[in-house]
Design a protein. Structure first.
Ligand code: CP
Length: 343
């Protein structure tokens, strides 16, 4: 197990970036990154999601965000994140606008800020933003009106906080709330993965017993060891006795230059097969944020096998996003509302 004292704590990382997430009362106003969240806040999000998981299984709709308008602004492709945010908003009774970026006025040269100003003029309450550039969600949060919440749905290589939260929810549902007992292995393209960065922050905040990363040197960020993880280049030893194995997609769209010989060779060295999975604990769960590349990072027999919880992750994404939306919009003070009414 890694010495927890050697881990860089969240309080030491990028404080200027994450401190705008909380309002003056310490409530969640935006969700831009996992960094800087307290264990109590993260646990509170997961607990709230647990109550919404019950809603999703039975009544399907609650009136918590009736009258609120939520805007999906996805400048990058998405299946799971965009649709589960939309479903989450609808199950909270909010109105949802899905802006089609390719047919919006941004294609005529309208700037991001002007687009936001126009959406603000339509009395929107929340922007959910995915963008290829790291820091876009922070930029937007710094420029919107006080009553608006911004949720980061993935920015460049930086962060994908709701994905990490739904992954923690999935682990907690399958392995219990004591993360200190767990050995978690994250395997694959960590260099380009905003999901992995957010997962590592979340696992550290929840005091996970051991966090391992498994990848070729070319697919690991230089600062990875400072994040309190142990590094492996061999998958068999990297997933040995793991309780949780998280596979990552090769992010070819973000790769510059030849970081890999070929997908076939990558699969031979790092692909998760039934045979390799035997090195993990017999009751280990296999996770993947999706989209999966079958035969590249994971074999179909594992992706569709008894230890896979990949589709459960998708389902839990709705409850987790309901929790984040209700907590952020619920944090707005009366003065914010007054400011909106007078603006
Ligand atoms: N996990 C994830 O972000 O998937 P999408 O790209 O489909 O949203």
């Amino acid at each position: 197990m890694v010495n927890k004292a050697t881990r860089k704590t969240d309080n030491m990382i990028g404080k200027d970036l994450w401190n705008i997430q909380l309002d003056n009362n310490g409530n969640l106003k935006h969700l831009l990154t996992i960094e800087g969240l307290s264990t109590e806040m993260l646990t509170s999000i997961l607990d709230t999601a647990e109550t919404f998981a019950g809603v999703n299984e039975s009544v399907k709709k609650v009136p918590l965000l009736r009258g609120k308008t939520i805007v999906n602004l996805f400048f990058e492709a998405s299946t799971r994140t965009r649709t589960t945010f939309e479903l989450a908003a609808k199950r909270l009774s909010a109105d949802v606008l899905n802006i089609n970026i390719s047919t919006s006025a941004t294609s005529k040269g309208e700037s991001l800020l002007d687009t936001l100003r126009n959406l603000e003029a339509m009395q929107c309450d929340m922007f959910i933003v995915r963008h290829e550039s790291s820091g876009t969600a922070h930029f937007i949060a710094n420029h919107v009106a006080p009553h608006i919440s911004v949720l980061n749905a993935g920015d460049g290589r930086h962060a994908h906080p709701t994905q990490a939260l739904l992954d923690m929810f999935t682990i907690r549902r399958n392995k219990g709330a004591d993360f200190g007992k767990l050995r978690v292995a994250i395997v694959g393209d960590l260099l380009h993965s905003r999901v992995a960065r957010s997962q590592i922050h979340a696992l550290n905040i929840l005091n996970t017993g051991e966090i391992r990363v498994v990848a070729p040197k070319t697919l690991l960020p230089k600062d990875i060891e400072q994040m309190g993880v142990s590094v492996y280049h061999d998958i068999q030893s990297g997933i040995k006795d793991a309780d949780v194995v998280i596979m990552l997609r090769l992010q070819k769209e973000r790769m510059q230059g030849a970081l890999l010989p070929s997908e076939q060779e990558y699969f031979q060295l790092y692909g998760l097969t039934e045979e390799r999975l035997k090195a993990a604990k017999p009751d280990a769960i296999v996770m993947h944020p999706g989209p999966i590349n079958r035969g590249v990072e994971i074999d179909s027999t594992v992706a569709d096998g008894p230890q896979s919880v990949i589709l459960n992750q998708v389902t839990y994404g709705i409850a987790v996003r309901m929790a984040v939306m209700s907590m952020t919009l619920g944090s707005h003070s009366t003065s914010d509302d007054k400011q909106r009414k007078s603006s």
